[in-house]
Design a protein around this ligand. Structure first.
Ligand SMILES: NC(=O)c1ccc[n+]([C@@H]2O[C@H](COP(=O)([O-])OP(=O)(O)OC[C@H]3O[C@@H](n4cnc5c(N)ncnc54)[C@H](OP(=O)(O)O)[C@@H]3O)[C@@H](O)[C@H]2O)c1
Length: 287
């Protein structure tokens, strides 16, 4: 039963392939890569590496040959391009006789969600559900890792300029979400389900400031941040302005209350609870 992973050379894809090898054996994992040489380390571990570009239906059709399940990790392209990419993948999967699709989306997916990538996510989930193939939709929480990377700057600023308003978010580690995705891919038990892969608790920015204060031993104080405060801080941290503006829209659904929840889906699927922000940020800070 072969499982193909799109985006296998990316951060989430590599972590997912790692867990999948442990679940189904390297010979049953197909790492689909735009540039197969980037996956030579995976080939050395016995993973089947195949060339596949979301933009090239022919390459996807070949990459999915003999595959039971395709894991659709989207690229970071803008929505219009991503829509074509996912449609190419669905069409190729059907042509290749694939049985099941598992897609990585984002928590808070809803027609009212103002995140700029949302039109893609609404399209992709609808296209997958109506494809005629079996499916599972994963909706990932925002990754905890960028906050860990930002800790020195957060301590320097003495605050976290997330424009959350009264909203909250249950960040999860990429590792926990990859672990859950691998478990879903390896079992067929959650076909037809939407799983929200979140951390164990949703936190307001005030709570996140308290966590960061505890783990770093430095005082990080909550102040109401505007969208412009966040954009300014991102630019100061080295992000190009257009990307900082795009990222800022990720916090609209938080402010609108669309992400203010946590689920036990990761524990239900894997048997192990996800790591808390306090544990994760503390671990990274100490290292
Ligand atoms: N929930 C969150 O907080 C959060 C945070 C960040 C990202 N995400 C989402 O999670 C997904 C993966 O993130 P990531 O951090 O793993 O991204 P990443 O490290 O940039 O990986 C992206 C992967 O997509 C591949 N790719 C790009 N264009 C492709 C194409 N035309 N055809 C086939 N493969 C292509 C890349 O291949 P190459 O190696 O050839 O470039 C790479 O393997 C993205 O959809 C991203 O939007 C979510």
């Amino acid at each position: 039963m072969r499982i193909a992973v799109m985006g296998a050379t990316g951060q989430l894809g590599r972590a997912t392939v790692d867990h999948l090898i442990g679940q189904v054996g390297a010979e049953n994992v197909v790492a689909v890569a735009r540039t197969p040489s980037k996956a030579s380390d995976l080939a050395a571990r016995g993973v089947v590496v195949r060339a596949g570009d979301y933009a090239d239906v022919g390459s996807l059709r070949s990459a999915f040959d003999g595959v039971d399940t395709v894991h659709l990790i989207p690229t970071k392209a803008m929505p219009r391009e991503r829509v074509q990419q996912v449609q190419n993948a669905i069409d190729s999967a059907k042509a290749a006789g694939v049985r099941r699709l598992v897609h990585v989306g984002i928590v808070g997916t809803d027609v009212t969600n103002k995140f700029v990538i949302m039109p893609y996510l609404l399209y992709a989930e609808s296209a997958i559900v109506t494809s005629g193939l079996a499916w599972t939709l994963l909706r990932n929480a925002y990754y905890a890792e960028p906050i860990a990377d930002w800790l020195p700057e957060i301590v320097r600023m003495g605050t976290i300029p997330y424009p959350f308003g009264e909203g909250s978010h249950a960040w999860a580690t990429r590792e926990d979400m990859a672990r859950a995705a691998a478990a879903v891919l390896a079992s067929g038990e959650v076909d037809g389900e939407i799983l929200n892969l979140t951390g164990p608790a949703a936190h307001t920015v005030e709570e996140l400031c308290a966590i960061v204060s505890r783990v770093t031993g430095q005082t990080v104080t909550h102040r109401d941040a505007s969208v412009q405060d966040y954009i300014d801080a991102s630019i100061a941290d080295g992000e190009p302005e257009p990307f900082a503006r795009l990222l800022a829209t990720l916090y609209d659904p938080v402010r609108d209350g669309l992400t203010s929840f946590a689920t036990t889906d990761i524990e239900r699927i894997t048997g192990k609870p996800p790591e808390s922000m306090e544990s994760f940020l503390g671990r990274v800070w100490r290292a």
